[in-house]
Design a protein around this ligand. Structure first.
Ligand code: NDP
Length: 269
């Protein structure tokens, strides 16, 4: 898609303009067979770093000089950062989520219900575990993917994780502090997509967060608000992963509200 229509490009460049940073963030499409050449090109040109998206998040690791802690556990990279003469892979998806979540709740010691076991769920749950979450219940349609994620969390992070197969309407346990949607249910164009969840099991003391950025006001967000819960949309995750990436590359703490307004102009227009 043209750069001007890419929300991440628009958001990052808005932050650069606002802070008068003489930097550029450009969108390049790289064929999987040419990924190594592309990374060598970025290194040769001395780029401060880059983001990478599906299908490159795992394959890029072979072309890097090292990994940050959570990227090493997830075995997936969405952000590459030049440190000295090394290009290090990080994963800011989960870090962005946790940074957004902290506006509402500190994950330390908390009990989490997590819908999904794909890339977003993996990033979010590993970062929650490293932030001190006490327990994560992985609720996923496919048994195999859910089991793999619960095993990874138990074996490679301090959290205690349990998996349940999501094959009927799910009731959130009363002791849950947070409920998170990291599935793709509700993502445009499936805007009426609704989790198979007993909405009455959401109580007002729970924080409900949705990873879906588009549209920001998903059915889950609206259901959670109607139940009196504090609800966090997926824009916060997207904005904060951008804030963290820019800090890695430029060393500057940018104003998240500038980036959020840019996304709102795109997604609410
Ligand atoms: P994946 O394809 O890796 O995983 C998709 C997950 O959704 C799986 O757990 C899958 O279950 C589940 N799922 C999909 N459809 C259904 C359904 N109808 N019923 C039950 N479960 C379903 O995708 P990602 O993890 O990469 O991305 C998930 C979402 O997270 C995307 O929509 C994306 O927009 C969002 N995201 C948001 C970010 C942000 O910054 N806000 C950053 C990254 C992602 P199963 O295993 O059974 O197939």
């Amino acid at each position: 898609m043209p750069a001007a229509e890419n929300p991440t490009v628009a958001m990052v460049e808005a932050a650069y303009r606002h802070h008068k940073l003489d930097w550029r963030y450009i969108n390049c499409e790289v064929q999987p067979a040419l990924l190594g050449s592309a990374v060598r090109g970025a290194k040769a040109m001395g780029w401060a770093g880059f983001n990478c998206s599906i299908p490159h998040k795992v394959a890029v690791i072979d072309h890097l000089d090292g990994l940050g802690e959570s990227a090493g556990i997830m075995e997936a990279v969405n952000t590459v950062v030049r440190r000295g003469d090394k290009y290090i892979g990080e994963n800011t998806d989960g870090k962005g989520f946790v940074q957004a979540l902290r506006e509402a709740i500190d994950p330390n010691g908390k009990s989490v219900v997590l819908f999904g076991a794909g890339g977003a769920a993996r990033a979010v749950s590993v970062e929650l575990a490293l932030a001190g979450a006490r327990h994560i219940l992985v609720v996923n349609r496919s048994n195999e993917r859910g089991r793999v994620l619960a095993d990874l969390l138990n074996e490679r992070t301090p959290v205690s994780a349990v998996q349940v197969v999501w094959d009927s309407t799910f009731s959130v346990p009363k002791d849950a502090d947070m409920v998170i949607n990291a599935t793709s249910i509700g993502l445009y164009p499936d805007i009426d997509g609704r989790l198979d969840l007993d909405v009455a099991s959401l109580s007002p003391d729970m924080v409900v967060a949705d990873a879906i950025p588009n549209p920001p006001r998903t059915r889950l967000i609206r259901d959670a608000e109607a139940r009196g819960c504090r609800a966090l949309d997926g824009l916060g995750m997207l904005v904060n992963q951008g804030v963290i990436g820019i800090k890695y590359w430029t060393g500057v703490d940018v104003d998240a509200s500038v980036m959020r307004r840019t996304l709102e102009d795109i997604f609410f227009s």
